[in-house]
Design a binder for this molecule. Structure first.
Ligand SMILES: Nc1nc2c(ncn2[C@@H]2O[C@H](COP(=O)(O)OP(=O)(O)OP(=O)(O)O)[C@@H](O)[C@H]2O)c(=O)[nH]1
Ligand SMILES: [Mg+2]
Length: 192
């Protein structure tokens, strides 16, 4: 749940980038960090393995300024996608106000996408949440690759709930802010 402090008129929201290993979650965050003015964003913290895979999480704080008289802050987190780091994924999902599920568009990643989505559902269930009770959206990443699956196929397999979905090329920043804006709007709408 978002933390709303009426005394200091502050709102804190937590957005989590979830999805399979190597799908592009950290790349999304790096792009956001690179593009935003330092007056809006804080420092990005990444805890990596020696080969640049996320070990525990990435974290990027944003200060969006005043929204309807409340100073509005977002904390962006990525989970480690590698299967063996589920304890971390579960911990990071705790208290999430919204999730961007980053799916890898490659045919060879479909099984991993499905596994990760199921894993997210299981981890949410541990907190008494479901895919219907939490705002979440899909990002189909790596659209630049020639063998990327058609959108209809990704939708058919991953979007049984019919949530909003966005195409992206995180390495070039394509679709990154569209995805972030969509989930932010969703999360803020739930508060009002
Ligand atoms: N071609 C292409 N490569 C991408 C894209 N987005 C990310 N990558 C590459 O995919 C690899 C993995 O990206 P990461 O952002 O580290 O993936 P991750 O989801 O954070 O992976 P974990 O931390 O292991 O969960 C990197 O080599 C990226 O450069 C994209 O849109 N297109
Ligand atoms: Mg990562």
């Amino acid at each position: 749940m978002a933390l709303i402090n009426y005394a200091s008129r502050e709102i804190n929201c937590k957005i989590v980038f979830y999805g399979t290993g190597m799908g592009g979650k950290t790349t999304n965050l790096e792009y956001i960090h690179k593009q935003l003015n330092p007056s809006i964003r804080g420092e990005m913290i990444s805890l990596n393995t020696e080969n640049e895979r996320t070990l525990f999480f990435d974290f990027l704080p944003l200060d969006l300024g005043s929204v309807q008289g409340f100073r509005t802050k977002f904390s962006l987190y990525t989970v480690p996608g590698q299967v063996e780091y589920n304890a971390s994924r579960k911990l990071i999902l705790n208290g999430a106000d919204g999730v961007i599920f980053v799916a890898d568009s490659l045919p060879t990643a479909m099984e991993d996408n499905l596994y990760s989505l199921k894993n997210m559902e299981e981890n949410l269930a541990e907190y008494g949440l479901t895919l219907d009770s939490l705002p979440w959206i899909l990002q189909y990443n790596k659209r630049d690759l020639p063998d990327a699956l058609p959108l209809e196929e990704l939708d058919r397999q991953l979007n049984k709930k019919g949530v909003p979905s966005f195409e992206a090329v995180a390495t070039e920043g394509r679709g990154v802010f569209a995805t972030l804006k969509a989930i932010s709007k969703d999360v803020l709408n739930r508060l009002t």
